[in-house]
Design a protein around this ligand. Sequence first.
Ligand code: ZN
Length: 331
Amino acid sequence: MIMKEKVSSLKAIGLEALLRRLPEHHSRYADIENELRKTRAGENGERILANVFQQYQFPFKHYVFHDVNLQSTGKFQIDTLFLFKQGAVILEVKNIAGHIRFSEEHNQMTRTLENGQVDAFECPSVQLERNKILLEDWFHAHHISMPIYQAAVFPRPQQQFENLRKDLTLLFPLEIPVYLRRLSSFHPTIDVSQLTDIANKITDAHREYDPFPLTTTYGILPSELLPGVRCKQCGSFGMQSIYNGWGCRHCGKVDPHAHVQALLDYFMLIDYRISNKEFRRFLQLDSVQKAKRILGQLGIPFEGEKKGRFYVADLKVIRELHDLSASKVPK
Ligand SMILES: [Zn+2]
């Protein structure tokens, strides 16, 4: 049973918004582009892993969690956590192209691309071991005792490896069911009701990962971002407030909903709370009334009254604004 589905990562969505508002000559532009590329590659790998569990039916009681975030002696995130009577299995995805070599003596893997370029990465065993220890601590705090298994998943079946590490299990996606069925032949360490109880505890303890605000994360000043409402048709900033929404000075597009993305950008990039004044400054809007109407119509929760009022977004509000903005693409 899939207890927690794979959802699209807000981090990639936030990084895309950051790149749109960051001037191309900014010193961090290339870093942010690189971060977005890595985040998307990770996401694609995790989606391939999630598909395995969607397509495959296991003939025994089990629970699957994708992107689970827990806290014990430290915060940790597991790409996929599989629970059954034999124990817990941590699966971490590494979506890295090229020929991969794991060295016996160093906690490093090197990959060689076809053009001969060689890059070094931290060995997935480091992250797996760290997550295993933190999950053990979490189990210990909840009076749970069961074995923890771990494997790194490489989503490209055509990839070549040289694995000299005896302690590291590497799997391609289609090998996962075989690996889990083999473990399921081991002696059970808990019964079905204990298993369900543990799955419920994990569901209750999970907190969605919050990467925002991104300017703080990446050390960028909010004043360095391009302000204004962006035209979805031509990509330019500075749409003007008109009676039925927003008008683009460059391509003439009229969009009644263009402010949604701008407000979302503010919450993801600058701060999770915004006043009417800050909203007007960021959207380059003069009318206090229009600002108030927009914020009210979008149903953003608020604290305080009059000039001391702040509209406050949590991850749920951010996800709703994203879905709303994505569904309002002007024709
Ligand atoms: Zn335009």
